[in-house]
Design a protein around this ligand. Sequence first.
Ligand SMILES: Nc1nc2c(c(=O)[nH]1)N[C@H]1C(S)=C(S)[C@@H](COP(=O)(O)O)O[C@H]1N2
Ligand SMILES: [Mo]
Length: 502
Amino acid sequence: MRDRTPIPSRPDLVLAALAGVAAVVGSYALAGWSRQSFVVAPIDAAVVNATPDVVVRYAIQYLGSAGHVLHIGLAIAIAVAGLAVPSLLALALSRRLAQPLLAPVATGTIVAALLAGTTGALGPAVAAGLSAGIVLAAGTLGLSGTAAGDSTHPDARADPARRRLVGVFLGTAAYAGLGSAIGGSAPKTGEATEELATKSDTDELLNDAAAQSFDVAGLGGLVTPIGEFYETDINSFDPSPDPDKWTLTVTGEVDQEVTLDYDELTGREPEHRFVTLRCVGESLNGHKMDNALWTGIPIAALIEEAGVSSDCGCVMARAADGYFVQFPYAALKEGFLAYGMNGMGLPKQHGRPVRLLVPGHWGEVNVKWITELEFLDEAVDGYWEKRGWHGTGPVETVAKLHATNELADGAVEVAGHAYAGTRGVDRVEVSTDGGDTWTDAELSEPLPGEDVWRMWRHRFTPGGETEVVVRAVDGTGAVQPEEYSQSYPSGATGWVRKTVSG
Ligand SMILES: Nc1nc2c(c(=O)[nH]1)N[C@H]1C(S)=C(S)[C@@H](COP(=O)(O)O)O[C@H]1N2
Ligand SMILES: [Mo]
């Protein structure tokens, strides 16, 4: 009997792959892009984990968001292939037993049980099982009566079974489109943010900031809107801890452990702080630098309450996504626990319910979804330091050049943002002769706050091709270093240069 062959026939392989696709789509349709319930989430985390550090480093520096597309694509492929396996086995068994209904029923049950077991989400698991089962039912009914091996015969082109297989293929493709649309549009829990009770205070601050911002075509203002603020995560799928169950615990080398819950945190007198963040992995003139108005409380009282006695003067911060970073206690003392952003509750992608902000330090110590602060006796590496980065210290000074606008009168306007952490930006200098001579750029009025960027702009009339160079001078009088270095391992340095044609 041909059916005894251990090698699956081609139609069975196609059918099983389609069932795998349908299962992933079914999971997505109900779960959406959810870390808890979408089957691809844990696989993606495993893929990222298994990727060698050097590959991750180059992906961060040279691929940017394309790197994410690659690992998510791989995770989806693994999910499809993995969920095709039960179909293959069930198809083989159902042929041997001559029970066509066995394949869809067994596959549906196994896929649903598998997903319920790994993600714990019943709805998406059942949807995935049903989807795979329906594809197999359509396929096996369509193919029944035709011995599987026949389709490899030259005459098989005319075989109605093959046409039916194409029908199943098209049906699955249509379902994939529909399911993706449903999954993509479904509201996700924890994502919606509400206006803060202190909205009138934050509105006033935001309005002032808008008025202080330069109006430059192609350039954002002094406050980055939610949705445009850059995002850097170790995972493609954000955790969504329930604010009602959230706690922050201070542990380790302390006199007493202290636990703070969300009600206590939001019950304390709130403060609003403009704070700029910059990622150590961004390129010199990159876009992973943004500013927002954050609402929360200073962390000092909480750690005083705990009574710190750390020998290394260092602390490990941990988060709900498995992220961890170790940095000096001295920096943490000035820190802030934020639950609001630009007058709204903190959005999921920026750490809902609560994130840490550490003035003047690289983005990576500004822990999102924070759950624990452990004071240590001995320094140990955090997530990125283990991978070779040095991003737990103060930021480098930088002036970006993000806008070059030709004006009606033939003049050119160049503009951008400049940031120097808690040193502050004192001046931005522009050269229109490749760095031989320098002029002060116009600077926006400083926003209130100790750790905020400023905007700069400069107008000139180019006489032919002009090399524009820009550099910031920080509050201590130090000029942004000229020497170029790439972002790995300690952050990009150098002056941004751009050639403008006259
Ligand atoms: N829990 C957690 N916190 C995190 C990260 C993360 O992956 N997980 N990424 C860090 C890095 S590298 C940066 S640059 C900032 C970015 O903050 P944003 O995504 O809100 O812009 O968050 C930091 N905090
Ligand atoms: Mo970062």
